[in-house]
Design a protein around this ligand. Sequence first.
Ligand SMILES: [Zn+2]
Length: 71
Amino acid sequence: MTAPKTPSVVLDWGDSRHWSAKSRPCEYCPGLTHLLDDEGRPAHKTCAEAAAAAAAVAVVDAYRQEGAWAR
Ligand SMILES: [Zn+2]
């Protein structure tokens, strides 16, 4: 298994709970969106995916700094 340099995250937001009838400001950018993230906060799917990928990078960095992969 090879780890990609930039992890990509694809979320499945097909569920109706990810849709709001009212558009609200996105958590991550100034735009408006009808979509909701897993926590029910307004967010574009692409914005949430970028944030999830960034979070994954942060976790990997934390592991590297702790030397967890060297054990
Ligand atoms: Zn957005």
